[in-house]
Every structure is written in C-alpha cells, then in structure tokens.
Design a protein around this ligand. Structure first.
Ligand SMILES: *Cc1c(COP(=O)(O)O)cnc(C)c1O
Length: 471
C-alpha cells in the first residue's frame, strides 16, 4: 500500500476513534477534537489565523453558507483552531457541544441571555463572581432580564416557591412577576468554595421546565462534570484553571442535549428563524426544527456569537489547548497543595476562619464527598484576626505586602500561586448588603494555589504573617 493511502486510512481510523470513542479524560485532554490526518499530519493542534476561508466555487460556497456541508466561512462564526478547543472541552465536560468565546464574562452573558432574553427572570445566589453579580444586578435588567437573588441556592424548597411565584420575594424591582427562565449558580463558589448541590437543584429546575446553568470555572471538568449530574448548560472562564497559565483570556459554553427547549417557555427556539429557512431558499425553520436537542448551543453561536461578536482568537485558543493538555495533572496537584495550605492555615495563629470545602470537616462534608470525591480545586480563602474592620484592613495590607512567592493579582487557576484581598479587588462590585451575606470582609484573603512546593508556599505565608502581626 502506498504510503499516502496508508496514512489516510490511519487518519480516518483516528478521526472515527476520536469522535466515537469515550476516552478517559487524561487521554481526551491530549487527543480529543483534533485529527492529525486533516491537518498536514501535525499531531499538535494547528493555528489557523484566517479571517475567512476559500469557498472554492459558487456551488460549494452556497452549500457551506447554508450549512448543507461542513466547512468554514468566516472566523466570527467558526474557526478550525477554536473548533479543536470546543470539541476538546466538550469531550472533557461530557457535553454534546461547546462554543468558545472571548472571555468568561462573554460566556456568562451569552448563556444567560440565550435562555432569558425578551423578559425573563433568573434565580441565582449572592455567592457568585463579582462581574456576574454586577451584570445580573445592574446590566441585564436593562435588557429585560431580572434576577432574584437567594441567600442559599441549596434551599430547594424556597427555590420551588420562587418558581411557583407564591412568594412575595418573587416580584422583581418593578413589581412584575417575570417568568423564571433559568437557575444560575457556581458549582463551587469564589472565594468561599461553597458547593451547589447540582443534582437537587437540577431536579427542581426540570420539574418546572427550567434549565440549570452553572459556572464550573473553579473545579474544571477534571473535578466535576456538571452535565452528568443534571446541569443543562455549563460556562467556564477558560482564563482560569482550564487554560491554567494566566496567559490568555477566554470563555466556553457547553451544553447537554436533554433539555426540551420546545416546552413553551422559550419561543426564541421554536419561532421561524430567517437565516435557517427563507435565507437558504427553504420553508421557515426554527432552531428546534434545525438542531433538535442542540438548538440552545447552535442558537448561541448563530445569534449571540455571530451577531455580537465576542469571538475567541485562534492564538488564544491554541494557548488554551496547550494548557488543557496538562489539566488533570495541574488541577490534582494544585488541589492537593490547596488542602495542605488550608490545613496549615486552620492551625495558624491570627486566622479566625478558613473557607475551603475540601477540608475533612465543615457543614458541606457529605455533599463534598458525594459530588467532589477528588476535591474542590485550588482556590481557598481565610479571615485575618483584627480588633475591628480598620485593623483587619491594615493586617491584610501588611500580609499581602510581605509575601514574596505569591503574586498579588486578580486571577485564579494559574500554575503560579496568587493572593488577593477580595473586598478591594475582585469583589468590589458587591453592595455592602451582598458583602455581608457572602462574607466578603475587610480581613478576607483569597489564595489560588499553583504548582510550587507547598512547603515553600507555607514558609512564604508564615513569614508574611509574622510581619503583619509584629506590631
Ligand atoms: C474569572 C471568572 C469569571 C469571568 O471570566 P473572564 O474570563 O475573566 O471574563 C467568571 N466566573 C468565575 C467563577 C471566574 O472566576
């Protein structure tokens, strides 16, 4: 057999394996979603920097534009390198499909608007990322999407009551009782690592014909695959542990294929969509007609990514693909070290509380064992002793100004260890009332543990504590 033919057979076999086989995660993180045989026999993912792609001839161009045959048209809609990342994350997440976007915030905005646009309500806890809180509280309402914040997202009775609308709290700011279109929560919250019971919450959501959308940025698919536990849509800031090197901003939305978007609550998926029907010279079609159970993720790409344009660049996609190749190794080592550091902090003078559900005690122990047997990730937080708020602020400043190994910056999930004071940097968006609910105090310090030796990290913190409490 000539060499070329042989190679071809090889690569076809490869493609089939990658698309059909359910590889274990550590295999998927270096192979899934990329076919060397269609990419000049390169085994590392190839960067396609094209803005647009050759359409060959008019017939071919029309078929590609109408989606009748696979192919690329323009990188605002889809790009091969970004596609490798999308397929790899979908495989790791146990998802049916993924769309990569320019940032975690773009992923969250698109995911929520795609479900709740046109007058809808979201139920979410206070305990969420500062940018998400600010968007839900002050920006999305201007687009007709309001949010009812709850103290405890695991209080399923209260959530059921809010959906039923039989609680006065269900009224939005204008006193209208907008229909609930989605429940949103972080699987593990930032910075206190509170766990959401995705199984219980998705059961409540599904009983009421509502999807559960979760932000799984902290655990990553290595520690938790939300769709397998009932979530319908998952968002990631790929900037964090997914990419893992603090060198590229990016976001991902993944989706399962079991939620019924044609249940009557979401007309945007069942009404005729011009670009799917008439524009292609066909009878009118909706996203549900065209994509069935993948209607949600296809619509997110074609309406939100294509028309508002927060695309991930192919170079950033490549950096994140490289980062993903060591996802499991990084996250498991960082999680083990986070546990070691949290345990040390819980015994250190001048620490009044450690917030890390990965420790073998605490109110969420049973839930952590059930949903997170491999741990909750590399982020943890703790509170500094102080006479009052001003004293705590001063101690936090001294501690942060004296660390040498930890980097003081507003990121998490890096291979380098990071430190921050959430009250002043990452959670500034929280109102005083919301801060009190979530426990963003002046003495709260957040750590993101990297790949350094935990003994060096502990020694660094120890000398910074000594400096902060010298006077
Ligand atoms: C950082 C972060 C985001 C926002 O992601 P960007 O990539 O910075 O836009 C959203 N959710 C969580 C939990 C985050 O940590």
């Amino acid at each position: 057999m000539p060499n070329g033919t042989n190679q071809n057979t090889q690569s076809n076999k490869n493609t089939q394996n990658i698309q059909n086989a359910h590889y274990h995660p550590s295999t998927a993180q270096v192979h899934a979603g990329f076919d060397p045989g269609s990419n000049a026999d390169s085994v590392t993912p190839v960067v396609y920097p094209n803005a647009a792609f050759w359409l060959e001839d008019v017939d071919h161009g029309h078929h590609v534009a109408n989606g009748d045959i696979p192919g690329f048209l323009y990188s605002r809609v889809a790009n091969p390198t970004v596609g490798f990342l999308e397929r790899r994350v979908a495989a790791l997440d146990g998802a049916a499909e993924a769309v990569a976007v320019a940032s975690g915030m773009a992923a969250i905005t698109y995911a929520l608007l795609n479900a709740a646009e046109g007058g809808g309500r979201i139920i979410a806890p206070y305990d969420i990322y500062g940018g998400t809180f600010d968007s839900l509280r002050t920006l999305l309402p201007r687009f007709g999407v309001t949010t009812t914040f709850v103290d405890d997202i695991n209080d399923t009775k209260r959530i059921e009551a809010l959906i039923a609308g039989d609680s006065p709290d269900a009224l939005d700011a204008e006193g209208r009782n907008a229909p609930v279109k989605a429940i949103f929560a972080e699987t593990v919250s930032n910075p206190r690592t509170v766990i959401t019971d995705v199984e219980a919450l998705s059961a409540v959501a599904h009983r009421n014909g509502i999807p559960l959308i979760v932000d799984n940025t902290l655990p990553t698919p290595h520690l938790f695959r939300p769709i397998e536990h009932g979530a319908d849509v998952v968002v990631y800031s790929a900037t964090k542990a997914l990419g893992g090197h603090g060198n590229a901003i990016g976001g991902i939305v993944t989706s399962g294929d079991s939620f019924d978007w044609a249940n009557g609550r979401y007309p945007q998926f069942t009404e005729p969509e011009f670009i799917l029907g008439e524009a292609a010279g066909r009878a009118p079609r909706s996203f549900v007609d065209a994509a069935g159970p993948l209607a949600y993720i296809r619509r997110l790409r074609l309406k939100y990514l294509r028309l508002t344009g927060a695309v991930l660049g192919p170079f950033e996609a490549y950096q994140q693909l490289l980062g993903l190749e060591t996802l499991g190794e990084r996250v498991s080592k960082e999680t083990a070290s986070a546990k070691t550091v949290a345990d040390w902090l819980s015994r250190r003078d001048h620490v009044t509380a450690v917030h890390y559900t990965g420790l073998p005690y605490g109110p969420q122990r049973a839930l952590a064992d059930r949903l997170f047997p491999l741990g909750v990730g590399s982020v943890l937080s703790f509170e500094l002793e102080g006479d009052d708020a001003a004293d705590q602020t001063a101690r936090a400043k001294e501690l942060i100004d004296h660390v040498r190994l930890f980097s003081y910056l507003a990121n998490i999930g890096d291979v380098r260890s990071l430190i921050v004071d959430p009250a002043n940097i990452t959670h500034r968006e929280f109102t005083p009332a919301a801060r009190a609910k979530v426990g963003i105090t002046p003495g709260l310090i957040r750590l993101s543990i990297g790949l350094e030796d935990p003994r060096d990290l502990i020694a660094d913190l120890d000398q910074a504590f000594d400096a902060a409490y010298l006077a």
